[in-house]
Ligand binder design. Structure first.
Ligand code: DLL
Length: 428
């Protein structure tokens, strides 16, 4: 049931002691980088100052901007000891680059293996990795983890939908790693090929890298006939394998022996109580090449209160509710794209794709939500379509407090992505 019994079920008190020990060591390592040497000196923080958990707040935050502007000044070891780099365009523009030593790659593989094992993946499984290989961490991160675990790994990468289905049939794929919006999209290829995914031996899906709702998970599970597990990570902190759902499917365990988790109020910077949504702040506790301290992820989530029946002592993070920087302000109202997705995906008439377009006319914000609805509704009379449009508009209005213009479009007419979905176009 556990890949690493000792660490996964470690009593909280021991886990917290281990964290402090590893944090002090990480500070020692970080002091070798020109960037942190200066930052920590300015803040007057040395490893020996960190005695209790409360001392963590003395360590300065690190921002995406620091990674962009400082680049290799964050390296704590010579460049010649780095064996890999990844880059993320992130959700907001220019790339940030992360370097890994051989040891870092091994630790990362171990965490991804631990995560997949937790959901039930075992040697003997056939794992089809449908995420982009290359600079994105989703491909190689899971690849190394799956091989470490001992699953037969198919490194197909993203896209090429017909081939994905053929490979699943040919090699009897039992587990897939897939972007949730692409998992929904791929269903149309199955339909086109006349193949029912439920007839295949698929039993596990790892879905992550982009926000999605509980309804999206349910749709994927039902359509494919498998269990789908939410997986969270970011390149700055390795990539995938930071937090992952266990069979309880109620929050993602953050691997706290390798990451220090804080959830804070982004305005007051005070810690958020369990159950309270705040910004996720993460610190590497085991990375050697480029450790990052108190990284402001911009992701909004909460800690799931209480302990998990699975027996793991590592705290659970809720679904990511949005980001502090993807908040839209429409007519003065704050709106997170996830609110729109929640409303749409709860409606059975709605297909799997939608697009939010924001424009400005005479200084007035206009929000248009284009929604793909099932083909059968276009065969109905116009009156029916009108009433569906009204229903969607009303549901969105009651959630958002802004009335959008809703356009119903036929399935497969909105742009698709093989990577992270693009849901909002802001033309203001
Ligand atoms: O997306 C790493 C990853 C790959 C995670 C494969 C899971 C699976 P980045 O490209 O650096 O790294 O993007 C990180 O994506 O800060 C979140 O905003 C978002 N994100 C990642 N996982 C989830 C998730 C990878 N499960 C950024 N739910 C993060 C919601 C997610 N958002």
């Amino acid at each position: 049931m556990y890949l690493d019994n000792t660490h996964e079920t470690m009593p909280r008190a021991d886990l917290e002691l281990l964290q402090l020990e590893r944090l002090r060591e990480t500070l020692r390592v970080a002091q070798n980088s020109p960037f942190y040497r200066e930052r920590l000196q300015q803040a007057g923080v040395a490893p020996e100052n960190i005695r209790r958990h409360a001392d963590i707040s003395r360590i300065p935050f690190t921002y995406k901007e620091d990674l962009r502007s400082q680049g290799q000044a964050l390296l704590a070891r010579p460049l010649s000891e780095m064996v890999r780099l990844h880059a993320s365009s992130g959700t907001t523009g220019q790339a940030t680059v992360i370097y890994y030593t051989r040891e870092d790659i091994e630790t990362w593989a171990e965490l991804v293996a631990r995560s997949m094992y937790m959901t039930g993946l075992r040697p003997g499984d056939v794992f089809q990795n449908m995420m982009g290989y290359g600079l994105f961490t989703g491909g190689l991160g899971f690849h190394y983890g799956a091989e470490r675990l001992g699953a037969l790994t198919i490194p197909v990468g993203a896209g090429n939908s017909q081939r994905q289905v053929q490979l699943m049939q040919q090699f009897c794929t039992t587990a897939v790693h897939i972007i949730p919006s692409y998992a929904l999209y791929l269903l149309t290829t199955f339909e086109h090929l006349g193949v029912d995914p439920r007839d295949l031996p698929l039993r596990l899906a790892f879905i992550g890298a982009e926000p999605h709702t509980e309804d999206v998970r349910r749709r994927i599970e039902e359509a494919y006939g498998l269990k789908a597990f939410n997986s969270y990570g970011l390149s700055e902190l390795n990539g995938p394998g930071v937090a992952f759902e266990c069979p309880e499917q109620n929050g993602m365990h953050v691997w706290e022996d390798h990451f220090l988790l804080e959830v804070i109020d982004p305005q007051t910077l005070e810690p958020a109580a369990p159950g309270e949504v705040g910004e996720v702040v993460l610190t590497n506790l085991s990375r050697r090449g480029m450790p990052i301290l108190r990284y402001r992820t911009r992701d909004l989530a909460s800690v799931v209160p209480g302990s998990c029946p699975c027996g793991r002592s590592h705290r659970r993070l809720s679904r990511i509710q949005g980001r502090t920087d993807d908040m839209l302000i429409v007519k003065g109202v704050n709106i997170f794209p996830m609110q729109i997705e929640r409303v749409l995906m709860a409606m059975p008439e709605v297909e799997t794709n939608y697009l939010v377009e924001l424009t400005r006319e005479n200084f007035n914000d206009l929000m248009c939500v284009k929604v793909e609805v099932q083909q059968e509704f276009f065969q109905e009379d116009l009156k029916y379509l009108k009433s569906l449009q009204k229903k969607i508009t009303a549901a969105l209005k009651s959630e958002l407090l802004v009335t959008p213009r809703v356009e119903l479009v036929e399935p497969q007419t909105l742009p698709r992505s093989e990577g992270k979905a693009l849901r909002v176009v802001d033309r203001r």
